[in-house]
Design a protein around this ligand. Structure first.
Ligand code: SF4
Length: 249
């Protein structure tokens, strides 16, 4: 645990954040929901199973909001991340939908660039992210009206302009980020207060968790994304799931 994740947060401040986030989720449901929380849902939430997404998961599943939560299993995730899926089922009695990359696409990728080709260049890394994340995400969002993410402005330079509600031009649907204003300390205060299950890697210094070969623990004072693709410049460090500023209204 970092100092930030164990920092005290004023209860009134946290309550206000939670109330604002509930209001944003209610607004998203009113405008985009179709009453379904299963695969028929018009409103979905993409979860990386990290700390922020567990705040939203708790708010959505405890109140049984008509929002389908899904995750992308890239085939390169940590075992600790996959364990979160089981803990969600146990805690809430509801499952997270899992999307996988197309087997043929993964085979072609690995044949072309090797099993760990993503370390060689930014282009090779983006090709891997495209096959394992971007294309499955497109499939998960097909036919939806809107999607919800756990992004926060504070997380990295590429997210500094993040809005709570935006137009995602890449997918042609609305994109909501109800935690845009939250601090890292507030995220952890919520998880502790509500005893929400979380990824055990967070206790080992991992802040932003992605695929195992592309994620590492960060040092005190480093930003949350410093542990992702650490061999690249900060400005290139998005996987294509969240293109900074793209189409924001
Ligand atoms: S994070 Fe790494 S392993 Fe995962 S899809 Fe992107 S390049 Fe591939």
């Amino acid at each position: 645990m970092s100092e930030t994740t164990t920092a005290a947060v004023d209860a009134a401040v946290l309550d206000a954040r939670v109330a604002a986030t509930r209001a944003i989720l209610a607004d998203a449901v009113a405008r985009h929901g179709n009453g379904h929380a299963d695969d028929q849902a018009s409103l979905v939430m993409a979860s990386s199973l990290g700390a922020e997404d567990m705040v939203l998961t708790d708010l959505i599943l405890r109140e049984r909001l008509p929002i389908r939560i899904f995750t992308l299993d890239t085939g390169r995730l940590h075992e600790q991340t996959l364990r979160v899926l089981a803990r969600i089922s146990e805690s809430y009695g509801q499952d997270v939908r899992v999307y996988f990359p197309a087997a043929g696409d993964v085979e072609s990728l690995v044949t072309a660039q090797g099993i760990n080709g993503f370390y060689v260049s930014v282009d090779a890394r983006k090709a891997c992210c495209r096959v394992r994340k971007v294309l499955p995400l497109s499939r998960a969002l097909t036919g939806r009206q809107a999607w919800i993410t756990g992004l926060r402005r504070e997380q990295s330079p590429t997210r500094a302009e993040l809005l709570a509600e935006a137009w995602d031009a890449d997918h042609g649907i609305a994109k909501w980020s109800p935690l845009a204003d939250w601090s890292e300390a507030e995220v952890w205060a919520y998880l502790r207060a509500h005893k929400v299950p979380y990824n055990a890697l967070h206790d080992q210094g991992f802040l932003s968790i992605g695929c195992a070969p592309c994620t590492r623990a960060v040092q005190p004072g480093e930003d949350a994304r410093a542990g992702r693709w650490w061999w690249e410049h900060p400005e290139t460090k998005e996987c294509g799931l969240h293109v900074a500023g793209a189409g924001e209204a």
